[in-house]
Design a protein around this ligand. Structure first.
Ligand code: GDP
Length: 455
């Protein structure tokens, strides 16, 4: 338990109906009592909203609601006082200043959730899910985070650890009584269970491929030489004149980034046709721009202009994405004009089928979007179980699965049971990193530093 009491405005700044200031710590109610004065004079009752005035001495500053969560039945596990005052820039800041004057200190980023974790109110994967929930880009991403917040992932991990503990105990018996028969019995008994556990860990680990896309969105790079219709394609997708379209090549001024939600998954479109070409640097710029477009993308859309002949730049745009191993689709645009490039030509030269579109007439767009989606997610349904959405968890599961593979190999070759124990213990430790059980203080601090203030 901490000695100090922290406070922060937990709602977003700006013009709004209400703001909520949260205060957590031993002195929360005592400090609140010097700032917020309920209309009734009865004793504070936990979890009941009380209407009253925010006062600085005799001066009334706001009309507000206050609620007390008595420790340990609160988010942090400590006494929490929440003040629901009026929104806008003034009210919350005034109340914060009064709380600080009376002995509270401003909370650091993520400090409420960190206290919740350290007080055993949630495991660290649930704490991380709180942050993911707030920054979710789609309902599906939010649903995943919500499931993790309930401790679903932690429950699975704890179950896996407890199975490992059972196996470790059985191996321990084998080590203490090293008769031949016992050892081979243990191996026979444990090997299938360990193999099944590794399968489950691998399956969970592999859900990260989809989980990450749900959390971060599918980053789609629109690449291609100037004037093929990248900005027009963006406009066709979003149905508004968001990108600046011009007949002069290279006139899209900014890097445009927009989200489009398809089957509950956010697609983030990046049109990087932002640099004006000059004659002498044309080639260099073209390559650099395409490189920038595809770097970090989950899928690349290479846009070709069907009404003009294939150029060196088109081929280079394709090859840049291809050599980086990024899944790509060719969008053959301007198919409303007399064609100079056909589907067959593309198939012959690039070995893939283009999606024919007309950004101007807005045809072929749904097919293009579906192709982008299946390139990123695969043709499989979205994974239904609890999913890994965080690279830290994916890394820990990878370590666990490798340790189990070593353990399985050791058992199969009849290596000393002592060695198997070490592998199983490392797997147990790696699993504990997901829930936070085996994490060092420094790493825990770093995880919470990334949170926003007030959470
Ligand atoms: P960007 O440089 O690749 O972003 O290309 P723009 O989107 O600025 O388009 C360049 C020009 O091609 C503009 O005059 C557009 O109106 C035109 N254009 C784009 N898509 C189509 C299309 O599908 N059909 C026709 N006919 N013109 C198009």
């Amino acid at each position: 338990m901490y000695d100090d009491t922290i406070c922060a405005v937990s709602t977003a700044a700006g013009s709004a109906g209400i703001s909520i200031i949260r205060m957590s710590g031993k002195q929360a109610l005592e400090i609140a009592g010097k700032v917020f004065f309920p209309d009734h004079k009865k004793k504070w009752q936990p979890r009941f909203m009380h209407l009253g005035n925010v006062r600085d001495g005799e001066k009334i500053l706001d009309r507000a609601l206050g609620v007390w969560f008595k420790a340990p039945a609160s988010y942090t596990g400590e006494d929490i006082f929440e003040l629901h005052c009026h929104g806008g820039f003034v009210a919350a800041n005034m109340a914060m200043e009064l709380f600080i004057k009376q002995g509270a200190r401003p909370a650091e980023p993520g400090e409420f959730t960190k206290r919740a974790f350290l007080n055993g109110k949630m495991d660290i994967s649930a704490a991380e899910a709180v942050s993911d929930y707030i920054s979710a880009l789609s309902t599906k991403g939010a649903q995943m985070a919500a499931r993790q917040m309930t401790g679903e992932l932690a429950a699975r991990i704890t179950d896996m650890q407890s199975r490992l503990t059972d196996m470790l105990a059985e191996i321990e018996v084998g080590i203490e009584y090293p008769e031949e028969d016992l050892e081979s019995d243990i191996t026979k008994n444990i090997l299938p269970r360990l193999t099944e556990l590794r399968r489950e860990i691998t399956e969970l680990h592999d859900s990260f491929r989809q989980g990450r896309l749900l959390r971060e969105g599918i980053k789609v790079a629109l690449a291609g030489r100037p004037n093929v219709g990248k900005s027009s394609l963006l406009n066709a997708i979003f149905g508004e004149e968001r990108a600046i379209v011009s007949e002069i090549p290279g006139t899209t001024r900014d890097v445009i980034s927009e989200y489009y939600t398809l089957h509950s998954v956010p697609l983030q479109f990046m049109d990087t046709a932002g640099i004006r070409d000059t004659a002498d640097t044309l080639e260099k710029m073209g390559v650099a721009r395409t490189e920038a477009a595809v770097a970090g993308a989950s899928v690349a859309v290479i846009v070709f202009d069907a009404s003009s002949p294939l150029s060196e730049q088109d081929t280079r745009a394709f090859e840049l994405a291809k050599t980086r191993g990024i899944p790509l689709v060719i969008a053959l645009n301007k198919t409303d004009l007399p064609p100079l490039i056909t589907r067959e030509m593309i198939r012959k030269k690039f070995g893939c089928d283009p999606v024919e579109i007309s950004a101007l007439r807005r045809t072929g767009i749904p097919t293009l979007l579906d192709t982008i989606y299946s390139l990123a997610i695969g043709d499989t349904e979205l994974y239904e179980g609890v999913m890994i959405t965080n690279s830290r968890h994916a890394f820990a599961l990878d370590v666990a699965q490798k340790a189990l593979s070593d353990g399985i190999a050791a058992l199969e070759t009849g290596i000393d049971l002592d060695c198997v124990t070490i592998d199983l213990q490392s797997a147990w430790h790696a699993l504990g990193e997901v829930t936070g059980e085996t994490l060092s203080e420094g790493i825990i601090d770093r995880i919470f530093e990334k949170f926003c203030v007030g959470k």
